[in-house]
Design a protein around this ligand. Structure first.
Ligand SMILES: Nc1ncnc2c1ncn2[C@@H]1O[C@H](COP(=O)(O)OP(=O)(O)O)[C@@H](O)[C@H]1O
Ligand SMILES: [Mg+2]
Length: 255
């Protein structure tokens, strides 16, 4: 397995943080679809930001496709490798979404550009109805689907997303994430994401990176990480509770 992103003895502390979130973390993220899971506050978002070269380690190094993130000159160079979707991402523009989608596609890294691809992505992310509207005039879910579409239209090789579908309906979450995962696999790209629901994470990913409160995260194939005993140790509660919590949460959201 080829490492797309490598953490070498990387440490990170927030400016206002009392203790380091990571202390000498070593990690090789493989190509493919990797879900970041674990309890709240265990470092998933921080690790995603570091993997994208947005949060820089205070010591050690993070390499994206062999290039140290400290060597990336600017945002444009970073975007060539990585697109990042922030948790709760917002953005406002004066232009209608259809124009912004077109702009993102034209300024991106696809070798050949075709109207068909733009149309296809618009359809896959169910954006036909919002093309003439501005980002500030659409629902949270529509905005999330727009942002997901941007990442495929722009054409970075590595997509990193922090809870990118939390505002979508359950069916849409599954549809969008499985479309993304299939796209990424068939184009030899990588997708690293976190999602609130374990079942969604498991069904889309090839690998999981499980975060703990008191030790370094564990990487493995989903079949291994989603073993009951492994999850129970990391979450500190029986898996039956974990599943019940998830279905309660789903029912709460859908009803
Ligand atoms: N901006 C910040 N300033 C200080 N501490 C932070 C900040 N963001 C996160 N943390 C702390 O860093 C740790 C890891 O947080 P985070 O990466 O957000 O975890 P997760 O995404 O798994 O919930 C937590 O202890 C959290 O409180
Ligand atoms: Mg988080």
């Amino acid at each position: 397995v080829t490492a797309e992103i490598e953490f070498n003895n990387a440490s990170f502390t927030y400016p206002e943080g009392e203790s380091p979130v990571f202390n000498g973390l070593n990690l090789e993220l493989p190509r493919g679809v990797v879900t970041f899971i674990g309890q709240n506050g265990t470092g998933k978002s921080t690790a995603l930001l570091m993997a994208a070269g947005i949060a820089r380690p205070e010591s050690g190094d993070v390499k994206i496709k062999g290039i140290s993130t400290s060597q990336l000159r600017d945002e444009t160079e970073r975007h060539r490798y990585v697109s990042f979707i922030y948790q709760n991402m917002e953005f406002e523009t004066e232009d209608p979404i259809g124009d912004v989608l077109e702009f993102v596609y034209q300024s991106g890294h696809h070798d050949k550009k075709s109207r068909d691809f733009l149309k296809d992505i618009t359809r896959q992310f169910e954006l036909e109805q919002v093309l003439s509207r501005k980002t500030q005039d659409v629902s949270k879910g529509e905005l999330q689907r727009t942002i997901l579409a941007f990442t495929l239209l722009y054409g970075s090789q590595i997509l990193i997303m922090d809870e990118p579908v939390f505002a979508l309906e359950q069916k849409q979450k599954e549809a969008m994430m499985s479309y993304l995962a299939e796209y990424v696999r068939s184009h030899d790209m990588s997708l690293y994401f976190s999602a609130h629901e374990l079942e969604l994470s498991r069904s889309c990913a090839d690998f999981a990176l499980l975060f703990y409160r008191d030790k370094a995260p564990l990487l493995g194939p989903v079949a291994m990480i989603f073993e009951d005993e492994v999850l129970e140790e990391a979450y500190g509660i029986p898996v039956s509770y974990l599943k019940r919590k998830e279905s309660l949460y789903r029912n709460m959201l859908s009803g």
